[in-house]
Design a protein around this ligand. Sequence first.
Ligand SMILES: [Zn+2]
Length: 460
Amino acid sequence: MAFQSLRISRFVISVRSPIRQCHHRARALVSQMFQPTGALPKGAKQSEIVCKSHKLMLEHGLIRQSSPGIYHLLPLALRALEKLIRVIDEEMQTIGGQKLNMPCLTTAELWKETDRWTTTGSELFKLKDRHDVEYCLGPTHEEAVTHLVASQGHISQRQLPIKLYQITRKFRDEIRPRFGLLRGREFYMKDMYTFDIDEERAMETYHSVCEAYTRFLQRLGLNFVKVVADTGVIGGSMSHEFHLPADTGEDVLMFCLKCGHGANKETIDSEDAHCPNCGPSTKLESRQGIEVGHAFYLGTKYSKVFNVDYLDKNNKSRLTQMGCYGLGVTRILAAAIEVLSTDDEVRWPKLIAPYQIIIIPPKKGSKEERGQQIAEELYDSIVGKIPSLKNEILLDDRDHMTIGRRMKDAKTLGYPFVVVVGKKALQSDRLFEMCSVNTGVTSFESQDALLEIFSGIQTV
Ligand SMILES: [Zn+2]
């Protein structure tokens, strides 16, 4: 008897529990989303939140301020950020980048060797450990990476070029943090550092990284400009910036409308600047931009200090030629929202939207209530047939709310596809109302047609 009942209970467990798990774990439900909305930072007034992405991200539960210029990235924003990171990883690895992770705490000793402990000034977050040893929370890692590469001794020529990058938290004690994630004190940055045998190869690397940045921004569908830039505190002899044109941008860019030449205004001396390509009669026009990427040719500025060298064929020591390349990762997320959104609706680059599809079942107690099961079946059918969408679908199960209200929420959050299970889904031809949020087009589609459309969704 005991043996038999054991078998029976095993049978019950093995058959039922996977199904239960499937229902409770697999479907992402809006009712369970941690998304505190509408909160302004302590002491802030609505009128002080002047920038669209900042306002939208706070109002709709994407970020929450922890202290000035420092934010919690809430689940929806983090999903988008992690996708953004995957796109960056793909592009950096396409050009031979090797990902590593360097400590945020870097010793003052290294910064003192390049003199930047004092020249970077009060923007460095400085601290001391219990033994009175000084550190800073790194805003950038030229010293750390150069010291690291030097620690292996002479580099073998075969190993070059070396392209090391990381995507980590960076820190900058901004005098006036503002615009949310656009200018924070703690942020994510992708920083790549490259080492080449000579100037010519270093230039090839420089161009390949700029091309990778171009592909990256194109994949996100973002309109951008590349301009000549100042080398500033990083140093070096050549520099370009990538900007998203936007009225809220803090940089002023000067453009030639004839040939497309562009430069950051910081690099131009005179008020009525003209184009270096088209001559003195062609004046440059100004427009504002948000800086999202930066490339620097560093030469031997850092490799000289820490002696990063290789032995040439005559066994002579030669310094490597360096470059460094940044992408402001959290800034890109906010800047994309800034340039793509309307005043009250969030829009994402489609590829990195937190979820690709949201399904809205009928309201509880309505005539269409039995459509709730159809919505769940549709969800499971998409997941079952299109594996790439397994974690890309949300079910708005807040069935105490009208379809219209949930539709408005879905559009506000900018999920690319909204599917409504309404009256027509209950009729014999079972049609679903589908709204493509980015185009604004609404249509009625059969389940097969929906699957066909969704199978074309690009994910990362
Ligand atoms: Zn020109």
